[in-house]
Design a protein around this ligand. Structure first.
Ligand code: PHE
Length: 340
């Protein structure tokens, strides 16, 4: 009777174990067939009630049955583990043929691009880059630049004043003064930066960018100025773009000139961009006025110098065909994305 009982138990356990699908089910079966309250355990306990000569054989049989169940549990546990692993591997598999996710790269602002490009050009021509301040005093923005006290540029309608003597610089020419205060000739500087004027339309922004240049040494002439402007314009816009200068007035240069370049759109034939003149205005220039040198203690008998200031936004607009200056400052991503 014990034999068939044991066989039946093992048989049943074997079926149930084979059907187990996970660790939890196997644990339940383990306690059902091998635990304290299991039939097999009960049989073991019964051993003491048997006549001594039957005990060893009986014990061996029950033990064998227990071992068998243990083996079955272990075997199935392996299978369950293996199946779970396979499932994970197939579910989490990486498809190497799938196209990657697109990352959205930013782009440099057109003004930053031109800024960097012109720094490179001028550095290749032996200029150093100087930095100035956006917030300035009247001395650096007007007085030291030989601008008379009643000059219209000083008016509130043109200049943003923070308080009496503190203002947002209207020109990078302030850096000419700062450089001449802190350096001795020979000097060869450019200074790109932001300027502010009370202006706002398609070709003027209240905040805009200029690059200033200053060269001071013995024997500097207008020809040197003309030469460097020509080289710069051709490097920036291409070898076919000529530049010219026209007489003009600035308080801090004498003689003074305005700088034009051949219209990049029509190449001089005349179009809507150059208002049929064939030329586009780029900025102002001139020979440093001896008055400016004298105020700063630079010997105006010994030294001469030239200076010019060009509109960076203007350059960017012409280079990239941007019709309205305001586009440069709206930061519309659809506009900016075109400069990748
Ligand atoms: N600062 C002048 C302007 O903003 C330009 C200029 C610079 C003129 C240097 C002469 C010399 O209009």
């Amino acid at each position: 009777m014990e034999n068939t009982d044991l066989q039946q138990i093992v048989e049943q356990a074997s079926q149930e174990i084979a059907a187990a699908e996970n660790e939890h089910q196997l644990n339940l079966l383990k306690s059902k067939y091998l635990g304290k309250k299991s039939t097999l355990n009960g049989m073991m306990k019964k051993i003491g009630t048997l006549p001594p000569e039957q005990r060893p054989e009986f014990g061996q049989k029950v033990n064998k049955a227990k071992k068998r169940v243990e083996k079955l549990l272990e075997g199935q546990a392996e299978k369950v583990k293996e199946a779970a692993y396979r499932k994970a591997v197939t579910q989490e598999a990486i498809d190497l043929t799938m196209p990657g996710r697109k990352t959205n790269f930013g782009s440099l602002h057109p003004i930053t691009k031109v800024w960097r490009e012109l720094e490179d050009i001028f550095m290749s021509l032996g200029f150093e880059v100087a930095e100035g301040n956006d917030i300035e005093d009247e001395f650096h923005n007007f007085d030291a630049l030989n601008t008379p006290p009643d000059h219209p540029a000083r008016e509130l309608s043109d200049t943003f004043y923070i308080k009496d003597d503190v203002l947002l610089r209207t020109q990078t020419s302030t850096v000419q003064i700062r450089v001449m205060q802190s350096h001795k000739p020979p000097m060869r500087f450019i200074s790109p930066g932001r300027c502010y004027r009370n202006d706002n339309d398609a070709s003027h922004s209240p905040a805009f960018h200029q690059v200033e240049a200053l060269v001071v040494d013995e024997g500097i002439t207008f020809a040197d100025l003309r030469d460097i402007l020509n080289i710069f314009v051709k490097k920036m816009f291409g070898p076919h773009i000529e530049s010219r200068i026209r007489p003009h007035f600035f308080p801090f240069t004498e003689p003074s000139a305005e700088i034009d370049i051949v219209c990049v759109n029509c190449r001089g034939k005349g179009c809507h961009i150059c208002k049929n003149s064939g030329w586009l205005e780029m900025g102002g220039a001139g020979m440093v006025d001896p008055n400016v040198f004298d105020q700063l203690g630079i010997d105006s008998e010994k030294y001469t110098g030239y200076a010019f200031g060009l509109g960076i936004d203007r350059i960017a607009m012409l280079k990239y065909n941007i019709p309205d200056m305001r586009l440069l400052f709206e930061n519309d991503i659809r506009f900016l994305q075109q400069f990748k």
